[in-house]
Write a protein that binds this ligand. Structure first.
Ligand SMILES: Cc1cc2nc3c(=O)[nH]c(=O)nc-3n(C[C@H](O)[C@H](O)[C@H](O)COP(=O)(O)O)c2cc1C
Length: 184
């Protein structure tokens, strides 16, 4: 198996990070991989905010838990509490992707996210794509946090990726070949 196929096969969502900060060289390699992602008509409808301010990530985590605890349906809150009570798993780095909402922007941002996770894995780091970053951004302080993330005008949150050293690893998920249909 070549290195790319190995990285694809071995990547897993990390949900327990050590808090060691990423190096500048790691961040450069990961952000270059992000920017190298293909996009429809090469429009690159994204903006990438790299948060390495651990205090801000912890604040977003706590605010996300506040928002979840105030929701009528407490099931997500209870689920997160049951698995440690941390929405962002103590990650020292969050990459937040915002977009202009144009056609294909979500797909393009998803491809960018996979580039980020594979780049992180290739550097020996863990990562997890994180839709739940939307939770603190949807609460009463959401606009304030979006300002701190410096989304360009007219851009809004699409997805985040958490990155850091792996404290606890997990097996990659099993391949479900039932999802395949071959038409020969
Ligand atoms: C769009 C998207 C959003 C996700 N959001 C979260 C999230 O908020 N929190 C989380 O722990 N995992 C999140 N995940 C990770 C998935 O749960 C994970 O990819 C899936 O369970 C398969 O496991 P694997 O990545 O280890 O193969 C997300 C994945 C995707 C693609």
């Amino acid at each position: 198996m070549n290195e790319i196929l190995k990285a694809i096969a071995q990547r897993f969502s990390c949900r327990d990070f050590d808090e060691t900060a990423l190096t500048d060289a790691q961040i450069k390699a990961i952000t270059d991989a992000a920017l190298a992602a293909p996009s429809a008509r090469n429009i690159q409808p994204w903006h990438i905010t790299i948060i390495t301010d651990k205090k801000l990530i912890d604040e977003l985590d706590a605010e996300g838990m506040n928002v979840l605890s105030a929701a009528e349906d407490k099931s997500v809150y209870e689920r997160v509490r049951a698995r440690g009570g941390k929405l962002f798993y103590n990650s020292p780095c969050a990459i937040v992707v915002s977009s202009d909402g144009s056609n294909y922007a979500d797909i393009d941002s998803g491809i960018l996210s996979q580039n980020v996770t594979l780049a992180a894995h290739s550097l020996g780091l863990g990562s997890v794509i994180c839709g739940m970053m939307e939770i603190p951004l949807s609460g009463p302080y959401g606009n304030e946090y979006k300002k701190r993330m410096q989304f360009p005008d007219g851009y809004d949150f699409v997805i985040a990726i958490l990155i850091g050293g792996v404290k606890t690893a997990k097996e990659p998920h099993k391949l479900d070949t039932g999802k395949l249909t071959f038409v020969k």
